[in-house]
Design a protein around this ligand. Structure first.
Ligand SMILES: Nc1ncnc2c1ncn2[C@@H]1O[C@H](COP(=O)(O)OP(=O)(O)OP(=O)(O)O)[C@@H](O)[C@H]1O
Ligand SMILES: [Mg+2]
Length: 276
């Protein structure tokens, strides 16, 4: 299933929601290399969702441009798909019908027969194919949404806090699964999260944003080879570096930073830590 992710170029992008109004993001420029996993972190209101919507063509920037594989992004496409916090499934349909929707809407119904079972296997839901999605847990529903996003074979997967409504165990398992699947398929991943632990778990590189207006305040590499385990020194070092950068970007008091570090460092039960 080898597939090459797309190269994304963000070129001097600024955006205000009203002409002459405050800038939600100002003069952002960065590249995401094919197959890379990039995370955007920053406080509420710093423009993370605005930027993701511009990346996938849901929103046109007031200034600057975004290129995917060298072509300007003008509109949403099955080649670059976005996943949101809510899985947004059709409750009256089965799991496999929901997974088929992306293919059906993009006029590729002929691929449904082969692609849907393949995607269900990837997210470990083959046994649930005929079930109604309402019978599934929140984590399983988010897996269905992931399978639906991946079915058209996108070059880019954009994730706007898709795991924040899930419990810690499910969330942790999905963080690993999404990273593994994106790596296997070679998809370029751009993820937004408030959660530093999640950022270190999932990304190769982080952009830390400051607010009012949203700007890139720091860039931090997260070069951890192999499986990422929160209780390893390299994981803790990356988390520490990211918390400090977040602190600088957000102008937080030291007490807040210590609380953030404590929250991020909270161990997961041993049984789950070793799960691949
Ligand atoms: N539809 C909109 N109309 C007007 N202003 C908006 C709109 N959406 C967002 N904004 C403003 O743009 C700025 C950036 O918002 P955005 O939603 O991108 O932030 P965010 O980093 O995703 O925040 P959060 O972490 O809370 O999701 C904020 O000041 C917000 O109030
Ligand atoms: Mg947001």
């Amino acid at each position: 299933m080898a597939f090459r992710g797309a190269h994304i170029q963000v070129d001097h992008v600024s955006h205000a929601y009203r002409r002459g109004g405050p800038l939600a993001i100002r003069d952002m420029s960065f590249d995401v290399t094919p197959g890379e996993a990039l995370v955007l972190v920053g406080r509420s209101g710093c423009g993370k969702s605005t930027l993701l919507q511009i990346l996938c063509g849901l929103l046109h920037p007031a200034d600057g441009r975004v290129l995917i594989e060298g072509e300007p992004v003008e509109a949403p496409s099955p080649d670059w798909v976005m996943m949101f916090q809510a899985p947004s499934l059709y409750p009256w349909m089965t799991v496999e019908q929901n997974v088929a929707l992306g293919l059906r809407f993009s006029g590729r119904s002929r691929e449904i027969k082969s692609r849907v079972p393949e995607m269900l296997e990837l997210v470990e839901l083959s046994a649930f194919a005929k079930r109604n999605v309402q019978d599934l847990s929140g984590g399983q529903q988010q897996r269905v949404a992931l399978a639906r996003s991946l079915a058209p074979n996108p070059h880019v997967l954009l994730l706007d806090e898709p795991l924040s409504a899930l419990d810690a165990f499910t969330r942790h398992a999905l963080q690993r699964d999404i990273r593994r699947i994106a790596a296997e398929m070679g998809i370029t991943l751009v993820l937004v999260t408030h959660d530093i632990q999640e950022a270190v778990m999932m990304a190769d590189r982080a952009l830390v944003l400051s607010a009012n207006p949203g700007e890139i305040s720091a860039e931090i590499g997260i070069p951890i080879a192999g499986e990422r385990l929160p209780n390893t020194p390299e994981f803790a070092a990356a988390r520490h570096e990211l918390v400090r950068a977040y602190e600088a970007a957000a102008g937080l008091a030291m007490a807040d930073v210590d609380r953030l570090e404590t929250e991020a460092a909270e161990p997961l039960p041993a049984a789950r830590q070793g799960r691949a």
